[in-house]
Design a protein around this ligand. Structure first.
Ligand SMILES: NC(=O)c1ccc[n+]([C@@H]2O[C@H](COP(=O)([O-])OP(=O)(O)OC[C@H]3O[C@@H](n4cnc5c(N)ncnc54)[C@H](OP(=O)(O)O)[C@@H]3O)[C@@H](O)[C@H]2O)c1
Length: 219
Protein backbone atom coordinates (compact mmCIF):
# COMPACT_ATOMS: atom_id res chain seq x y z
CA UNK A 1 0.00 0.00 0.00
CA UNK A 2 1.14 3.54 -0.76
CA UNK A 3 -1.00 6.48 0.33
CA UNK A 4 -1.50 9.67 -1.66
CA UNK A 5 -2.59 12.42 0.73
CA UNK A 6 -4.23 15.54 -0.71
CA UNK A 7 -4.23 18.55 1.62
CA UNK A 8 -1.20 17.06 3.39
CA UNK A 9 0.02 20.42 4.71
CA UNK A 10 -3.38 21.21 6.20
CA UNK A 11 -4.14 20.83 9.90
CA UNK A 12 -5.94 17.52 9.42
CA UNK A 13 -3.90 16.34 6.44
CA UNK A 14 -0.58 16.55 8.31
CA UNK A 15 -2.06 14.42 11.11
CA UNK A 16 -3.31 11.90 8.54
CA UNK A 17 0.26 11.68 7.24
CA UNK A 18 1.47 11.12 10.83
CA UNK A 19 -1.05 8.34 11.47
CA UNK A 20 -0.20 6.62 8.19
CA UNK A 21 3.53 6.76 8.95
CA UNK A 22 2.83 5.36 12.43
CA UNK A 23 1.38 2.36 10.57
CA UNK A 24 4.48 2.23 8.36
CA UNK A 25 2.54 3.12 5.23
CA UNK A 26 4.64 4.94 2.63
CA UNK A 27 3.16 8.36 1.89
CA UNK A 28 3.19 10.57 -1.20
CA UNK A 29 2.01 13.99 -0.12
CA UNK A 30 0.28 16.32 -2.57
CA UNK A 31 1.42 19.80 -1.60
CA UNK A 32 1.20 23.22 -3.21
CA UNK A 33 4.49 24.51 -1.84
CA UNK A 34 7.38 22.11 -1.30
CA UNK A 35 9.32 24.50 0.96
CA UNK A 36 6.32 24.96 3.26
CA UNK A 37 5.71 21.20 3.23
CA UNK A 38 9.31 20.45 4.27
CA UNK A 39 8.78 22.39 7.47
CA UNK A 40 5.56 20.54 8.28
CA UNK A 41 5.92 16.94 7.13
CA UNK A 42 8.39 14.23 8.16
CA UNK A 43 11.52 13.74 6.01
CA UNK A 44 10.62 10.26 4.81
CA UNK A 45 7.43 11.48 3.08
CA UNK A 46 7.62 11.93 -0.73
CA UNK A 47 6.53 15.47 -1.57
CA UNK A 48 4.90 16.20 -4.91
CA UNK A 49 3.76 19.63 -6.01
CA UNK A 50 0.30 19.70 -7.58
CA UNK A 51 -3.06 21.39 -7.41
CA UNK A 52 -6.35 19.52 -7.16
CA UNK A 53 -7.79 21.98 -9.69
CA UNK A 54 -5.23 20.91 -12.29
CA UNK A 55 -5.95 17.35 -13.43
CA UNK A 56 -2.72 17.03 -15.38
CA UNK A 57 -0.64 17.96 -12.35
CA UNK A 58 -2.51 15.35 -10.29
CA UNK A 59 -1.97 12.68 -12.90
CA UNK A 60 1.78 13.09 -12.59
CA UNK A 61 1.73 13.53 -8.83
CA UNK A 62 -0.15 10.31 -8.04
CA UNK A 63 2.86 8.14 -8.97
CA UNK A 64 2.54 4.56 -7.78
CA UNK A 65 0.09 5.32 -4.95
CA UNK A 66 -2.60 2.70 -4.34
CA UNK A 67 -4.98 4.58 -2.00
CA UNK A 68 -6.03 8.24 -1.79
CA UNK A 69 -6.92 10.25 1.30
CA UNK A 70 -8.31 13.72 0.72
CA UNK A 71 -8.35 16.40 3.42
CA UNK A 72 -8.43 19.48 1.23
CA UNK A 73 -10.74 22.38 1.91
CA UNK A 74 -11.25 25.91 0.63
CA UNK A 75 -9.99 28.61 2.98
CA UNK A 76 -12.64 31.18 3.93
CA UNK A 77 -12.26 34.02 1.43
CA UNK A 78 -14.19 36.55 -0.64
CA UNK A 79 -14.02 34.25 -3.68
CA UNK A 80 -17.53 32.78 -4.00
CA UNK A 81 -16.19 29.96 -6.18
CA UNK A 82 -13.70 28.73 -3.52
CA UNK A 83 -15.73 25.82 -2.07
CA UNK A 84 -17.15 24.92 -5.50
CA UNK A 85 -13.63 24.67 -6.89
CA UNK A 86 -11.70 23.04 -4.03
CA UNK A 87 -14.37 21.00 -2.22
CA UNK A 88 -16.20 19.85 -5.35
CA UNK A 89 -14.17 20.19 -8.58
CA UNK A 90 -10.90 19.31 -6.86
CA UNK A 91 -12.29 16.18 -5.24
CA UNK A 92 -14.01 15.24 -8.51
CA UNK A 93 -10.62 15.47 -10.27
CA UNK A 94 -9.11 13.14 -7.67
CA UNK A 95 -11.99 10.67 -8.08
CA UNK A 96 -11.72 10.71 -11.89
CA UNK A 97 -8.01 10.08 -11.61
CA UNK A 98 -8.53 7.33 -9.04
CA UNK A 99 -10.84 5.54 -11.46
CA UNK A 100 -8.35 5.58 -14.32
CA UNK A 101 -5.52 4.40 -12.09
CA UNK A 102 -7.24 1.55 -10.23
CA UNK A 103 -7.04 3.16 -6.79
CA UNK A 104 -8.10 0.62 -4.14
CA UNK A 105 -9.67 2.94 -1.55
CA UNK A 106 -10.65 6.62 -1.43
CA UNK A 107 -11.02 8.25 1.97
CA UNK A 108 -12.60 11.71 2.01
CA UNK A 109 -12.74 14.11 4.94
CA UNK A 110 -16.12 15.79 4.58
CA UNK A 111 -18.25 17.35 7.35
CA UNK A 112 -21.25 16.82 9.61
CA UNK A 113 -24.45 18.45 8.37
CA UNK A 114 -23.62 18.33 4.64
CA UNK A 115 -27.23 17.38 3.93
CA UNK A 116 -28.60 20.52 5.63
CA UNK A 117 -29.10 23.23 3.02
CA UNK A 118 -30.08 25.87 5.59
CA UNK A 119 -27.08 25.27 7.85
CA UNK A 120 -25.19 28.50 8.74
CA UNK A 121 -21.96 27.05 7.34
CA UNK A 122 -23.51 27.31 3.89
CA UNK A 123 -23.16 31.08 4.26
CA UNK A 124 -19.55 30.32 3.34
CA UNK A 125 -20.37 30.02 -0.37
CA UNK A 126 -22.47 26.85 0.01
CA UNK A 127 -19.51 24.87 1.29
CA UNK A 128 -21.67 22.05 2.68
CA UNK A 129 -23.61 21.78 -0.56
CA UNK A 130 -20.39 21.35 -2.55
CA UNK A 131 -19.01 18.83 -0.09
CA UNK A 132 -22.23 16.81 -0.43
CA UNK A 133 -21.93 16.95 -4.22
CA UNK A 134 -18.38 15.62 -3.93
CA UNK A 135 -19.57 12.81 -1.65
CA UNK A 136 -22.24 11.81 -4.14
CA UNK A 137 -19.70 11.82 -6.96
CA UNK A 138 -17.52 9.38 -5.03
CA UNK A 139 -20.48 7.19 -4.13
CA UNK A 140 -21.45 6.90 -7.79
CA UNK A 141 -17.89 6.36 -8.99
CA UNK A 142 -17.67 2.63 -8.36
CA UNK A 143 -14.54 3.19 -6.22
CA UNK A 144 -14.27 1.69 -2.75
CA UNK A 145 -14.63 4.62 -0.41
CA UNK A 146 -14.98 5.81 3.16
CA UNK A 147 -16.49 9.24 3.70
CA UNK A 148 -15.58 10.64 7.10
CA UNK A 149 -17.82 13.46 8.33
CA UNK A 150 -16.32 15.07 11.46
CA UNK A 151 -17.88 17.62 13.76
CA UNK A 152 -16.05 20.87 14.60
CA UNK A 153 -12.30 20.29 14.36
CA UNK A 154 -9.92 21.00 17.24
CA UNK A 155 -6.14 21.04 17.18
CA UNK A 156 -5.71 19.80 20.76
CA UNK A 157 -6.07 16.06 21.15
CA UNK A 158 -7.90 14.61 24.17
CA UNK A 159 -8.79 11.22 25.60
CA UNK A 160 -12.52 11.42 24.89
CA UNK A 161 -13.91 8.32 23.14
CA UNK A 162 -14.93 8.60 19.48
CA UNK A 163 -18.63 8.40 18.70
CA UNK A 164 -19.32 7.09 15.17
CA UNK A 165 -22.76 7.07 13.57
CA UNK A 166 -24.44 6.66 10.21
CA UNK A 167 -25.09 9.46 7.69
CA UNK A 168 -27.34 12.32 8.79
CA UNK A 169 -27.75 11.22 12.41
CA UNK A 170 -25.21 13.48 14.20
CA UNK A 171 -25.73 17.23 14.12
CA UNK A 172 -23.41 18.70 16.74
CA UNK A 173 -20.18 18.15 18.60
CA UNK A 174 -16.49 18.47 18.00
CA UNK A 175 -13.48 16.22 17.59
CA UNK A 176 -9.71 16.60 17.70
CA UNK A 177 -8.12 16.49 14.24
CA UNK A 178 -5.80 13.71 15.47
CA UNK A 179 -8.80 11.43 16.01
CA UNK A 180 -10.17 12.26 12.57
CA UNK A 181 -6.78 11.34 11.12
CA UNK A 182 -6.78 8.08 13.06
CA UNK A 183 -10.23 7.17 11.74
CA UNK A 184 -9.06 7.90 8.17
CA UNK A 185 -5.99 5.68 8.56
CA UNK A 186 -7.94 2.87 10.25
CA UNK A 187 -10.52 2.94 7.42
CA UNK A 188 -7.87 1.62 5.06
CA UNK A 189 -7.56 -1.60 7.06
CA UNK A 190 -11.10 -2.33 8.08
CA UNK A 191 -13.38 -4.17 5.69
CA UNK A 192 -16.43 -2.82 7.51
CA UNK A 193 -15.32 0.77 6.76
CA UNK A 194 -15.73 0.16 3.02
CA UNK A 195 -18.38 2.10 1.14
CA UNK A 196 -19.68 3.86 4.23
CA UNK A 197 -20.35 7.41 5.35
CA UNK A 198 -19.30 7.74 8.98
CA UNK A 199 -20.13 10.73 11.16
CA UNK A 200 -17.73 11.29 14.06
CA UNK A 201 -17.41 13.42 17.17
CA UNK A 202 -15.62 12.89 20.47
CA UNK A 203 -17.62 12.68 23.68
CA UNK A 204 -16.24 12.25 27.21
CA UNK A 205 -19.39 10.37 28.27
CA UNK A 206 -19.40 7.86 25.42
CA UNK A 207 -18.24 4.26 25.90
CA UNK A 208 -14.74 3.47 24.63
CA UNK A 209 -14.91 1.24 21.54
CA UNK A 210 -12.35 -0.16 19.13
CA UNK A 211 -12.35 1.03 15.51
CA UNK A 212 -13.67 -2.29 14.16
CA UNK A 213 -16.66 -2.07 16.46
CA UNK A 214 -17.20 1.58 15.54
CA UNK A 215 -17.12 0.94 11.77
CA UNK A 216 -19.26 -2.19 12.10
CA UNK A 217 -21.89 -0.16 13.99
CA UNK A 218 -22.49 2.12 11.01
CA UNK A 219 -25.00 1.06 8.35
N1 LIG B 1 -12.91 23.48 10.54
C1 LIG B 1 -13.85 22.65 10.99
O1 LIG B 1 -14.31 22.72 12.13
C2 LIG B 1 -14.32 21.54 10.07
C3 LIG B 1 -15.37 20.72 10.49
C4 LIG B 1 -15.75 19.65 9.69
C5 LIG B 1 -15.10 19.43 8.48
N2 LIG B 1 -14.10 20.25 8.07
C6 LIG B 1 -13.41 19.92 6.82
O2 LIG B 1 -12.30 19.10 7.13
C7 LIG B 1 -11.28 19.24 6.12
C8 LIG B 1 -9.95 19.55 6.79
O3 LIG B 1 -10.05 20.76 7.48
P1 LIG B 1 -8.75 21.52 8.07
O4 LIG B 1 -9.25 22.71 8.82
O5 LIG B 1 -7.86 20.56 8.74
O6 LIG B 1 -8.07 21.97 6.70
P2 LIG B 1 -6.98 23.11 6.42
O7 LIG B 1 -6.00 23.19 7.53
O8 LIG B 1 -7.69 24.37 6.00
O9 LIG B 1 -6.24 22.49 5.15
C9 LIG B 1 -6.82 22.49 3.88
C10 LIG B 1 -5.80 21.90 2.94
O10 LIG B 1 -6.34 21.95 1.60
C11 LIG B 1 -5.28 22.33 0.74
N3 LIG B 1 -5.79 22.91 -0.49
C12 LIG B 1 -6.66 23.94 -0.63
N4 LIG B 1 -6.84 24.20 -1.94
C13 LIG B 1 -6.08 23.31 -2.63
C14 LIG B 1 -5.82 23.07 -4.02
N5 LIG B 1 -6.41 23.82 -4.97
N6 LIG B 1 -4.98 22.07 -4.37
C15 LIG B 1 -4.37 21.31 -3.41
N7 LIG B 1 -4.56 21.49 -2.09
C16 LIG B 1 -5.40 22.48 -1.71
C17 LIG B 1 -4.48 23.35 1.55
O11 LIG B 1 -3.22 23.49 0.97
P3 LIG B 1 -2.18 24.63 1.48
O12 LIG B 1 -1.60 24.06 2.77
O13 LIG B 1 -1.21 24.70 0.37
O14 LIG B 1 -2.99 25.88 1.71
C18 LIG B 1 -4.46 22.65 2.90
O15 LIG B 1 -3.41 21.71 2.93
C19 LIG B 1 -11.78 20.35 5.20
O16 LIG B 1 -12.43 19.77 4.10
C20 LIG B 1 -12.79 21.09 6.07
O17 LIG B 1 -13.76 21.77 5.30
C21 LIG B 1 -13.69 21.30 8.85
Amino acid sequence: MKAFVAGATGETGRRIVQELRAKNIPVRALVRDIQKAKSILPDEVELVEADVLNYQSLNTALGDSTVILCATGAKPSFDPSGPYKVDYEGTKNLVDLAKTRGIEQFVLVSSLCVSQLFHPLNLFWLVLVWKKQAEEYIQKSGLSYTIVRPGGLKNEDNSDPVVMQSADTLFEGSIPRQKVARVCAEALFDQSAQNKVVEIVANANAPEKGFSELFAGVV
